[in-house]
Design a protein around this ligand. Structure first.
Ligand code: GUN
Length: 299
């Protein structure tokens, strides 16, 4: 599509590196002032290779930011009651400020009950029903890492989101729903589209901001995007192209030259997710050690 715009590529890797650097500085200050270090506990159940890769990167980045990392690997056959006992121990451990249970869990475990067994103030994934409710009602909450990262990338480019029309594609509890809440809190007019939505292309064409978390490679075409819109692609899809396995997003990136700015895949939203996990661990540390603010501050 011809236009005066040349979309800026939003480099999530560079932004995330800057964020991790600021977090590491703050961790060093906390350590110097209090002798304490924020700590993150990561629980992995089973031996799914993709989950193991994610968990290893989370632990590596935690240590790189100067935080303490506690790792728990449980067999795929673990009993629900044993997992609950571990979470109770971590809830009561003062060295542990954040707790993350890597998902998905094996089918015999009750994922909802597991998430809700985490102390909401240590729930650095922001998945606990209390954190979802706090976000919904505008109270300070731990916010799911991926939508938090998307919002940071948008706010880095746009001074004030007030009055902008945003379309979020995807209605998951992890991305779509919290993303819509965050954009609403920024005074955007938000539409949530999903697999059953009719005329999704027309909806997108009216949007100033499009956030896509559909898990469908190349779903969003360039002709769906308004000239000068901001496009955030949360998709991470493995596809076979020209005999090679590649990671692609939910947006046809090459067709979106007329956007104002767009995140690539890989190298866009992905690196922000782990950086925001560290940010949430720091936030959890503050709330456990200092007075807690009443509302979220996403600046
Ligand atoms: N599995 C895939 N993404 C996530 C995430 O953000 N948090 C957790 N706990 N598990 C995941």
């Amino acid at each position: 599509m011809d236009s005066l715009y040349r979309a800026t590529r939003i480099d999530g890797k560079v932004f995330a590196a800057g964020l991790v650097e600021r977090i590491a500085d703050e961790v060093a200050q906390i350590r110097a002032k209090t002798g304490k270090i924020p700590g993150l506990a990561v629980v992995l159940v089973g031996d799914d290779p993709a989950s193991a890769i994610y968990v290893n990167s989370k632990q590596r980045e935690t240590l790189a930011a100067g935080m303490e990392s506690f790792s728990f690997r449980l067999p795929a056959t673990v009993r629900q009651s044993d997992l609950m006992t571990l979470l109770e121990r971590l809830n009561n451990d003062r060295r542990v400020n954040g707790i993350l249970v890597q998902l998905p869990l094996p089918a015999h475990l009750d994922t909802r009950a597991v998430i809700n067994a985490i102390d909401p103030d240590k729930d650095v994934d922001g998945f606990h029903v209390i954190n979802a409710g706090r976000l919904f009602t505008g109270q300070s909450s731990l916010i799911p890492c991926t939508p938090l990262g998307c919002l940071m990338l948008l706010k880095d480019r746009i001074d004030d989101l007030t009055g902008m029309k945003a379309v979020v594609i995807g209605k998951s509890n992890i991305v779509g729903k919290p993303m819509a809440q965050l954009l609403m809190a920024e005074n955007c007019t938000v539409t949530v589209a999903h697999i059953k939505t009719r005329n999704i292309a027309e909806l997108c064409r009216t949007a100033d901001i499009v956030v896509v978390a559909a898990g469908s490679p190349g779903l969003v075409r360039g002709e769906w995007i308004k000239t000068g819109a901001y496009v955030i692609d949360v998709g991470i899809n493995r596809v076979e192209r020209e005999g090679r396995s590649r990671i692609v997003g939910d947006v046809a990136f090459e067709e979106c030259g007329h956007a104002a700015a767009i995140t690539p895949v890989p190298g866009g939203v992905g690196p922000m997710t782990i950086a925001c996990l560290l940010e949430n661990t720091l936030t959890a540390w503050r709330w456990q050690n200092e007075p807690r603010p009443l509302t979220n501050d996403n600046d």
